[in-house]
Ligand binder design. Structure first.
Ligand SMILES: Nc1ncnc2c1ncn2[C@@H]1O[C@H](COP(=O)(O)OP(=O)(O)OP(=O)(O)O)[C@@H](O)[C@H]1O
Length: 322
């Protein structure tokens, strides 16, 4: 059974204006997306700034309200407070934010930051709670003497470890990680990512890993969905996306991954320029006249792509011939 299923989710924000503060327009932040995450899986949601990734994550955790669509956890809807309570949803689904500085209360010590979810969801004595917090600090590689320090006394990477310790405190089944490393230096990014993988191996949690960077997601995710203009335009395994991307927007995101190899950099730049030229010339072909992505076509098992009708026809024909 899927751990999380998102079906035709829409989140539209009204824009108010004018003398009477009426709704004058809408932002179609998330506009009909569907995907599912399996237990223990790392699922990546990738797209440029403004494509609707954070809104998706925030809606799944309950910080935004869906305009339409269905979210199910372990096969059950989570629409009402009662349904969420029955599934223990608020304990089972946790979030790690990009900006550890603003997501950690600056007036609280590390001890009470990490203990917060334990207080909400576990019935522990103060002694048990302290032992658990120390265990969690050990898991994330923070020394016990840091227990009484405040967030500003830590580096960015260490603060993100505190956020991770808080997120794993209740042994959740799903962690939504919204750009967890993009505020960190490159060397620290790799450390935190490896460490998130290690935690996954240890506790078997699933990740919804949100990022603008296909380079970062490559090391983390089993399957990846590419999001643009509030819609998912391609979804597939790591291999499908990195070796066989079919949507022009995915190809552009791939070309943007910087090469670590100095010799390759120059040819990479040429490649990026060529992809960008093709993208600018053809991007509108990939959306209908209202800006909607075309229906997804299965180009190989599990690899779904929104393709222009002419392209899509080729794959449908191939399938019929099989
Ligand atoms: N509360 C809100 N009210 C109105 N518009 C919003 C709100 N939250 C997000 N938006 C808009 O919805 C769109 C999608 O935003 P979202 O933050 O989900 O994108 P994103 O892909 O996560 O980008 P970023 O990485 O920059 O956060 C953007 O145009 C954004 O301005």
């Amino acid at each position: 059974m899927n751990l999380l299923t998102v079906n035709d989710l829409k989140v539209h924000f009204p824009i108010r204006g004018g003398f009477f503060n009426r709704v004058v327009d809408k932002v179609y932040a998330v506009d009909g997306i569907s995907f599912s995450i399996e237990p223990g899986e790392s699922f990546g949601l990738v797209g440029e700034s403004g494509s609707g990734k954070s809104t998706t994550g925030r809606t799944i955790i309950g910080l935004e309200k869906a305009t339409a669509g269905k979210i199910e956890f372990e096969g059950h809807p989570i629409d009402t407070k009662h349904e969420r309570e029955k599934l223990n949803y608020d304990k089972e689904v946790q979030m790690i934010f990009q900006d550890s500085f603003s997501s950690l209360n600056p007036r609280k010590r590390v001890e009470s930051i990490i203990a917060e979810p334990l207080k909400n969801f576990e019935n522990l004595t103060p002694e048990q709670e302290k032992i658990r917090v120390l265990q969690l600090m050990k898991i994330v590689g923070l020394a016990p003497e840091m227990l009484y320090k405040y967030p500003h006394q830590f580096s960015g990477g260490q603060r993100q470890r505190i956020g991770i310790a808080r997120a794993v405190a209740t042994n959740p089944k799903l962690i939504i990680a919204d750009e967890p490393v993009s505020a960190l230096d490159l060397s620290v990014q790799a450390q935190v990512l490896n460490f998130m993988k290690q935690i996954q191996r240890e506790i078997g949690v699933s990740y919804l890993f949100i990022s603008h960077d296909l380079g970062v997601v490559r090391h983390m995710c089993d399957r990846i969905a590419i999001m643009n203009r509030g819609q998912i335009v391609e979804i597939g395994t790591r291999n499908d996306i990195y070796r066989n991307a079919k949507h022009i927007y995915t190809q552009r995101l791939l070309a943007a991954i910087p090469s670590t190899n100095l010799e390759k950099r120059a040819s990479n730049l040429e490649h990026r320029k060529a992809v960008e030229k093709a993208y600018q010339a053809h991007k509108d072909d990939y959306y209908d006249e209202t800006g909607k992505a075309y229906p997804m076509v299965e180009v190989s098992p599990g690899h779904l792509v929104s393709l222009p009708p002419k392209e899509a026809l080729k794959y449908k024909q191939l399938k019929e011939d099989d």
